[in-house]
Design a protein around this ligand. Structure first.
Ligand code: NAG
Ligand code: NAG
Ligand code: NAG
Length: 440
């Protein structure tokens, strides 16, 4: 008991421990803008809104806060924040969250992975959507010296900032807060815009301002490369947005999940996301709308696989088949029902055929099916459970084996056999940088 107590005191003395990966965010509090949206009106992030705060949950889902609403992940509709974090309301007439981040403190489990929210003068600590006892507290009691009414905050683990820190933002002021020593160091980040929210995602730091963002170095505040960019290009799934922007770069670098992907026998890769697709022929990249190249499909396939020069595209309970060429031509008689074509009921999550084979592998939830494309009628054989992933967005098989794509990551297996025999997922790699060659 004594030991436990000492440990607890140590952790409290550490302040809030250590932060580490995860994202965070912050938000802004500009009195001038659209308070009308804070209550009731339909919020559409594809309109180009400025977020109040961004943070990653303990399970890695980014949450974007706007007014009294919250968007979970990079797509989907707004929800009331108080449905997920009810006390934010009790203690406050929730206008909005000013700032938020996820604490990563492996050596202080009582703070590890907690989400911290800042509202006016108070700070809230949540784990698993449950408010920790004793919270909310005054910001000054938990983070001495840090001002009230923040605009943004983001954690910076020691691998990026030498010691575990939190960056706080208010107006054009920026502070480094050392979690262990509680030392607050004001920084001059002259090239940084005023951030209204900030976020660590996949090891990079993003400052959001308006509907744009800039990627910055958390130690120096330097912004390298062409910024600001539009947040809708990289952090949101906005079907109707982007006609005037660079499709290739957006599709290469977006953090939004893919709908489907396929590798053709000649090694070309097609990846589908919302209303757009990306084609990779070696190093050469091309992007266009699905509507323009696969008109009948229109958008958002569930799964796509390549077989004998044709692309089979599954959407809900239908299969569209295109002969690959310039232009791609939709085969007569299609779409056909998925049940008639593959003997399966939709929706399915992913599908692939490995080179020189005629077995379609279809992933549906956590089950893998095999369908022999040469058999008539085609009958699915349940190949077995596929427990390595809770869900799969897309999958493809090429000369170098199978790639399973989940969110922003993919998992590479040397072969189909290696995948079927695996008892654990291999190391994850990033879709944007390692699959599509995005340089940032
Ligand atoms: C959540 O907030 C909305 C409006 O902001 C309010 O109408 C509703 O009663 C609140 N729900 C809870 C459970 O507090
Ligand atoms: C999170 O909360 C839910 C109920 O709200 C509970 O069922 C679950 O066990 C909790 N998870 C953890 C890790 O505490
Ligand atoms: C940034 O914040 C400062 C206040 O700290 C303010 O004076 C300045 O106008 C802001 N700049 C912009 C572009 O909003």
């Amino acid at each position: 008991m004594k030991l436990l107590f000492q440990t607890l005191c140590l952790c409290l003395a550490l302040g809030l421990a250590i932060s580490h990966h995860g994202g965070e965010h912050l938000q802004a509090d500009e009195p001038a803008h659209d308070h009308s949206q804070h209550h009731g009106a339909v919020l559409d992030r594809c309109d180009g809104m400025e977020m109040d705060a961004v943070a990653v949950t303990e399970i890695g889902t980014p949450y974007f806060f706007k007014g009294d609403h919250l968007f979970k992940g990079f797509h989907g509709k707004p929800e009331l924040s108080n449905a997920s974090f009810s006390e934010l309301d009790d203690h406050h007439h929730l206008g909005h969250v000013d700032a938020a981040f996820r604490m990563h403190v492996p050596d202080a489990p009582e703070h590890h992975d907690h989400m911290f929210f800042f509202l006016d003068t108070k700070v809230f600590s949540y784990f698993n959507h449950t408010l920790e006892p004793g919270y909310p507290k005054d910001i000054r009691d938990v983070f001495p010296g840090v001002p009230d009414h923040l605009d943004a905050a983001v954690e910076c683990p020691e691998e990026d900032c030498k010691t575990n820190m939190i960056l706080f933002f208010k107006g054009d002021d920026i502070w480094h807060y050392d979690i262990k020593t509680q030392k607050l160091d004001e920084k001059e980040f002259t090239s940084m815009p005023n951030c209204t929210s900030a976020f660590r995602w996949l090891g990079h730091y993003y400052c959001f301002h308006g509907h744009q963002f800039s990627k910055f170095d958390p130690m120096t505040g330097d912004v390298h490369g062409r910024y600001p960019k539009d947040a809708r290009d990289y952090f949101m799934r906005c079907p109707k947005f982007g006609d005037s922007t660079n499709h290739v770069e957006r599709e290469q670098c977006s953090h939004v999940h893919l709908d489907a992907a396929t590798s053709e026998d000649n090694g070309n890769v097609y990846a589908f996301r919302s209303h757009h697709f990306l084609r990779m022929e070696g190093e050469k990249l091309h992007s266009d709308t699905i509507e323009s190249a696969f008109k009948e499909l229109h958008s958002e396939p569930d799964a796509v696989f390549s077989y004998e020069g044709h692309m089979h595209m599954i959407k809900d309970n239908e299969v569209f088949v295109y002969k690959i060429g310039e232009p791609h031509t939709h085969l007569e008689g299609y779409p056909k029902s998925l049940k008639d074509e593959l003997g399966l009921d939709g929706p399915v999550d992913a599908a692939f055929i490995c080179q020189d084979h005629h077995i379609a592998h279809v992933i549906k939830g956590q089950t893998l099916y095999e369908v022999d494309m040469k058999a008539t009628p085609r009958v699915p054989i349940k190949d077995g459970p596929f427990p390595l992933f809770k869900y799969v967005d897309a999958a493809m098989c090429g000369k170098d084996g199978v790639k399973i794509i989940v969110g922003n990551h993919f998992y590479h297996f040397e072969s189909l056999k290696a995948m079927q025999e695996a008892t654990a997922a291999p190391e994850s790699k990033r879709v944007s940088t390692e699959l599509f060659g995005c340089d940032h």
